[in-house]
Design a protein around this ligand. Sequence first.
Ligand code: CP
Ligand code: NVA
Length: 326
Amino acid sequence: MVKNRSFLKEIDFSKEELEALIDLGLKFKELKNAKISHKYLDGLNIALIFEKASTRTRSAFTVAGQDLGMNVTYLGAGEIQLGKKESVVDTAKVLGSMFDGIEYRGFKQENVETLAEYAGVPVWNGLTDTWHPTQMIADFMTLKEVFGKVEGLTIAYVGDGRNNMANSLLVTSAILGVNVKIIAPTDLQPEVEIVAMAEQHNAGAKLTVTDDINEVKGVDMLYTDVWVSMGEDVDFKERIDLLLPYQINADLLAKTENSNVIVMHCLPAFHDLNTEIGQEIYAKYGLAELEITDEVFQKYSSIIFQEAENRMHSIKAIMYNSLKSL
Ligand code: CP
Ligand code: NVA
């Protein structure tokens, strides 16, 4: 595998490199489960920059870093000068002089690319408005655990088809040769540039973008994500009206006509009323479940939480691959 590289977006990696990361994630999971120490990056220092909230990504980078023997420093939104008093370029130079690797979760993809250009150390994209690449290694690792392979499977992402998750699933599936359908209302379908990128990197997968919910027929996996992503300033009601027909519920499951279909979700998910936002939406619009019903969520919760756990094992693989030559 290529050494000393940042992990900014999926198209920077070949099919073989992504597959190697998935397999390495599976190996790290075995080591962790067998309680075999793997402090392969002992003594290195990494910084985690989070301009947006996070549970899984922050925890995964923290535990993965510590398990690999590294010292992990969290730099939260509003705690560092970045963006307000200091440019991304200057911040990159400073952090790069002290840390061996940097994770960045934020808004613009451009920022994580600039950070990588000027830091001189590997930078990992922990989610931007455009991509969520570390999530991809966990998701395809989970698919491999469930189905024993990924190539040749057919997956459908149903919901907001122009967010970071839809973009990443479309492009990563293409690279890996996984047939993918983005099923979303016309107004929320992927940008033409993203579809073009997927086509350009396609390793023989069938790529479909459609508003037809009946296209879920025969898929191996259904995926969804929140209807309004972090940092989006949109009218929630408008999204609900557009996306309610795309909710993952029992009817939609039945439409797959596949009793072995699985459901995945990157989380967090609005499947019940146990969140503040869930309560607000319920009070305003009388809707108790959004992108996925609680019934379906609970039915597939073991896979969904396996996927969440895999964030940690796969991020270990990503960081190890970038830093192993140090
Ligand atoms: N899936 C995911 O990225 O979760 P967090 O926002 O909690 O990190
Ligand atoms: N599309 C979501 C993903 C969260 C992991 C967001 O950006 O908020």
